[in-house]
Design a protein around this ligand. Structure first.
Ligand code: TRP
Length: 434
């Protein structure tokens, strides 16, 4: 085994970094708007069910594969069978593609932090947001700035970079979140937002909602891109990873729910609609901030919170490719970061411009941004998860009994990993491609 491989300082730092990876734009930006789109509480019920049953298995399997093989994705798959090398390669590739649009949104967040401090004059954020993202200069500069910040931490290594970022940003994130929840719950009619989240309307159940809930669950837990495999490969102590898996799932779900409790009461309190899609946090919320006293302070707090969440997730997305670069090409982390910065910029800049100048450039009928979002969340992530389950279950022969003491659950894990999850994922892929 390679003794020069980095490892986590402690189990705590591993769990914190994995929670940092899980909790991101997926929880605060995507979860509330997808929940708003699919009718509130019913979506939540389906989502919670999927998180606790279907998602537990690939999450544990991905961590376990990393922990057992102690290699970056490509080498890990190759060591199971040299034929699997190309499948391993899909993981860093997916990471590069995800980051190219994730970081565009990261750039928008930086802009909103900036305007919270310097000018908060507009009261029509709908017009502001669309004209901002159509621009060619600021959105691109901020996207690259966000990428640069992630790269800065990444290039400093596991302990000084990744652990440090999570140790600072995650507590800051939690404090800001709690503060904003208290603020939101004290607004008039806040209870309407809570009712919307927790009182189900079963007429809204649909097959499409199931797919959306599963896609959201995989994305928010960072499954299917090798991030957990890579983080798992840095675990050195021989402790069970089942508890870590629960902790990651529980924390991620709590943070998503807390994001809802922060956002929906404010929206209902101002008589606005919860189903405004991707603009929910960039249009609906700023419209509220513009109306309240000290709104720019609240706005700064909110977007700094979003920034912390996005940065710690961005780091985990990049680490997959960085680990592959450094271990396979034997280059330093700094060199690997520079190369990756160039590659990702080359995709992220067109993705950012696809709202404006490059709007007319389409791939399979989608703008560059939408194409990247669609290919990663609807195709590559389920596909990578499918390959992971098959390789872990059938070839590496991971068994539930290695980690889970309860016999019944251990067997359930085996059946899930080898049969149920692959079947569900094939269904998801088929539905996504239809
Ligand atoms: N889970 C993160 C979020 O909710 C996004 C993310 C980080 C991710 N790492 C990932 C998604 C790996 C898929 C794969 O925002």
């Amino acid at each position: 085994m390679d003794s020069s491989r980095p490892s986590w300082t402690s189990r705590y730092s591993f769990i914190l970094a994995s929670i940092g990876s899980a909790v991101g734009l997926g929880n605060i930006w995507r979860f509330p708007y997808i929940m708003g789109k699919y009718g509130g509480a019913v979506f939540l019920i389906v989502y919670l069910f999927l998180i606790l049953t279907i998602c537990f298995i690939p999450l544990l399997a991905e961590l376990a594969t990393g922990k057992i093989l102690k290699k970056e994705c490509i080498g890990a798959y190759e060591s199971v069978n040299p034929k699997f090398k190309p499948l391993g390669f899909l993981n860093p590739l997916t990471g590069v593609l995800i980051s190219s649009f994730y970081f565009v949104v990261g750039g928008w967040i930086i802009n909103y932090i900036y305007i919270s401090f310097v000018s908060y004059k507009t009261s029509d954020f709908s017009g502001y947001f669309s004209s901002f993202i159509q621009g060619s200069t600021l959105p691109v500069i901020f996207t690259l700035l966000f990428l640069f910040m992630c790269m800065f931490f990444i290039s400093r290594g596991i302990k000084k970079g990744i652990e440090f970022a999570n140790n600072v940003l995650m507590p800051l994130f939690a404090v800001l979140l709690i503060g904003l929840i208290i603020f939101s719950l004290n607004l008039p009619n806040a209870n309407l937002g809570i009712e919307y989240m927790f009182k189900p309307d079963f007429s809204k159940v649909s097959a499409e909602m199931f797919l959306a809930a599963l896609g959201q669950a995989l994305f928010t837990l960072s499954i299917g891109m090798g991030a957990l495999l890579t983080y798992g490969s840095y675990i050195k102590e021989d402790k069970s990873i089942v508890k870590s898996t629960y902790t990651i799932i529980f924390s991620d779900t709590m943070f998503a729910l807390m994001a809802g409790v922060m956002i929906f009461p404010a929206i209902f309190s101002f008589g606005l609609e919860p189903n405004s899609g991707a603009g929910l946090v960039f249009v609906t919320l700023p419209n509220i901030f513009a109306k309240i006293p000290f709104g720019n302070v609240v706005s700064a707090a909110f977007f700094i919170l979003l920034f912390c969440a996005a940065l710690t997730s961005g780091i985990s997305i990049l680490e997959v490719a960085i680990a592959s670069f450094t271990e396979r090409m034997k280059i330093s982390r700094i060199k690997a970061s520079v190369i990756l910065f160039i590659i990702i910029s080359a995709i992220a800049i067109p993705a950012s411009l696809s709202f404006g100048k490059l709007y007319g450039v389409t791939l399979f009928g989608k703008t560059i941004f939408d194409f990247l979002d669609f290919t990663t969340s609807s195709i590559l992530m389920p596909l990578n998860t499918l390959f992971l389950c098959i390789i872990a279950g059938w070839f590496l022969k991971i068994k539930g009994s290695q980690f889970i003491s309860n016999k019944f659950f251990a067997v359930l894990f085996d059946i899930g990993l080898k049969f149920i999850i692959p079947t569900v994922l094939i269904g998801v892929l088929w539905a996504g491609l239809k």
